[in-house]
Design a protein around this ligand. Structure first.
Ligand code: ZN
Length: 247
């Protein structure tokens, strides 16, 4: 059984009534419950727990880590970021959600700033499936809509995605690469845009389907030994008297 850990900053839900009404137990619990219904074993972890709820043995047991953060990216310790990066390179999946575009693990693994344009106006977002054969798009259809969304617009400062699954159009006119796959070491990373905390996005059935698909896709990272640096003997004998040798 795939084992997911849903990590959430878990501050907005405790500080703002509007968010608490939508996610009384926190965004992480809503997402974990949706994954459980899908047959995924989902645990949760939050910023204010010791080691942010991500001690080494928890990450070692995690096939896919989901990451929701917004206000407190800078409070995430470098030690935990190192640990997440190492686990991804060794094959753990990572699903970065919404404002996680600015999180330390995402920027570390992208190597770019993650900057974008934004607007909060409860506008419609239409996510077009641009890669219908991709496992993350399974059962989603030609497009789906989020009725009330925060807008994220291009340019989005990320490396060109290895696979693009969704592209968003917003009522106000912008477009955005909203479902992006990356391969890093042995691991798989998916960035999924929807999920602003003041709208009930993670209660949406199609959004939950995408998250389940993404976890199953990201869980399929390689189990091969993580690539290392090694001085190796030649496979074939090398004739050092050959003309090709350096004089
Ligand atoms: Zn937001």
């Amino acid at each position: 059984m795939t084992r997911a850990t849903v990590w959430n900053e878990f501050r907005h839900e405790r500080e703002h009534d509007q968010v608490a009404e939508i996610y009384p137990d926190g965004i992480h619990v809503t997402i974990a419950e949706a994954l459980e219904e899908r047959g995924i074993d989902a645990e949760t972890a939050t910023l204010d727990e010791p080691e942010h709820g991500l001690p080494e043995d928890t990450l070692d047991d995690t096939d896919v880590l989901l990451w929701w953060g917004h206000d407190a990216h800078e409070e995430v310790s470098e030690a935990v970021v190192d640990r997440v990066q190492d686990r991804v390179l060794a094959g753990m999946g990572l699903v970065v959600l919404h404002s996680g575009h600015f999180s330390k693990p995402f920027r570390r693994l992208m190597g770019t700033s993650g900057t974008l344009r934004w607007r909060e106006a409860a506008e419609t977002e239409r996510l077009w499936t641009v890669n219908p054969g991709h496992p993350i798009a399974d059962g989603v259809g030609e497009y789906f809509e989020v009725d009330e969304a925060e807008m994220y617009g291009e340019p989005f400062d990320i490396p060109a995605p290895d696979e693009l699954v969704f592209t968003s159009w917003f009522e106000g006119g912008e477009v955005f690469r909203s479902g992006c796959c990356f391969y890093r070491g042995n691991g798989r990373l998916f960035y999924f845009r929807p999920g602003h905390e003041t709208y009930p996005v993670y209660h949406d059935e199609t959004v939950q389907r995408v998250l389940g698909n993404a976890v199953e896709w990201a869980a399929d990272g390689s189990d091969a030994p993580a690539p290392g640096v090694e001085n190796v003997d030649p496979i074939e004998p090398i004739d050092t008297d050959d003309d090709r040798s350096v004089h």
